[in-house]
Design a protein around this ligand. Structure first.
Ligand code: GDP
Length: 306
């Protein structure tokens, strides 16, 4: 299948392509499709993380609704850490999201987190690259357990971190040293007004202490959103767009995506061939503009034959 066929085939074709990538990740057709998609990105990739219960799925539903209203097409990947140990690949639409199955402008996939890329499913990066060439927004949700905040930064252009009022999340945020990761902080359940205000000041304090805020020219907005009342949603969507414009304006988007792809390549080699493989592979640098998928295929062939 090539990218044009995939574009013409809608959600059913994408589901088939994802199944194919999972079954035959090394097949030349798979690699060729991923190369094509890698070279033709259209979407803004948004990562969302935060502890269980903070309100991520509710917010995802609200965001999807907001984006759809303005005609944007959205693909979602929900990474499920609970299936981490089973190692099985379980794809299926997540029931927590209530989207219209008839709407061709929404595609939802949940994936089991495995150890590749420290917790994001092995398929996540390939799926993201494919969706990035087909949709306007790719939203990746992971539960904030340990590493996943950093993992999502390895695949997303813009990272949202969700904090719940009155939960101590903002303290956690300070301690865990993750203050430099998010580009937008969302205080959820802002209908709990006083607690939300307090959480917001705590996060603002943590950001200024961490010194991350504004360090690269981007000031991290801390927004209060009530998905329940649909308050603050437009501001959140605008902040996500602002970050995208910031990245594009400064040429950072291309650099950041290249950095992610280069890192993914090393991780993929390490995953398959171990540290010894990294040593044997020698130069694993990824020239700017080159797809990591064909590069990985070349390395795999070389290591397999050596
Ligand atoms: P997740 O585990 O982070 O995906 O969180 P959920 O989206 O499942 O939400 C957890 C709980 O918080 C549910 O009971 C939601 O109804 C509730 N919740 C989500 N958003 C809001 C909100 O904006 N205001 C209030 N008061 N409750 C909310």
């Amino acid at each position: 299948m090539d990218l044009d066929t995939l574009k013409a085939g809608g959600k059913a074709a994408l589901a088939r392509a994802l199944a194919e990538i999972e079954r035959h990740p090394d097949a030349p057709e798979t690699v060729a499709l991923l190369d094509q998609a890698y070279q033709a990105p259209t979407a803004h990739v948004v990562g969302m993380t935060g502890p269980p219960g903070v309100g991520k799925s509710t917010l995802m539903n609200a965001l999807i609704g907001g984006w759809r209203k303005s005609g944007r097409r959205v693909a979602c990947i929900a990474v499920d850490p609970s299936s981490r140990r089973s190692g099985g690949a379980l794809l299926g639409d997540r029931t927590r999201l209530s989207t219209d199955p008839e709407d061709q402008g929404i595609f939802v996939r949940s994936m089991a987190a495995r150890d590749r890329l420290g917790g994001l499913a092995g398929l996540t990066v390939s799926a993201m690259v494919l969706m990035r060439a087909l949709y306007d927004i790719v939203l990746i949700e992971t539960v904030g357990v340990g590493q996943s905040e950093t993992d999502v930064a390895g695949v997303a252009d813009t990272v949202l971190f969700c904090v719940q009022p009155g939960s101590g999340d903002s303290l956690q945020f300070m301690k865990a040293g993750i203050a430099e990761i998010p580009h937008v902080v969302v205080v959820t359940k802002a209908d709990m007004e006083q607690a939300a205000q307090r959480a917001r000041s705590d996060v603002l304090g943590a950001l200024s202490l961490g010194g991350a805020d504004g360090a690269d020219g981007w000031t991290v907005p801390v927004l209060m959103v009530s998905s329940l009342r649909q308050d603050g949603l437009d501001q959140l969507i605008a902040a996500i767009d602002d970050h995208r414009a910031f990245l594009e304006g400064s040429g950072r988007l291309v650099d950041a995506r290249h950095g992610q792809a280069a890192l993914w390549l090393c991780e993929a080699v390490r995953e398959r061939w171990g540290r010894e493989g990294i040593r044997r592979a020698g130069d694993l640098s990824l020239p700017p503009g080159e797809s990591p998928f064909s590069r990985l295929a070349t390395v795999n062939t070389r290591l397999g034959c050596a």
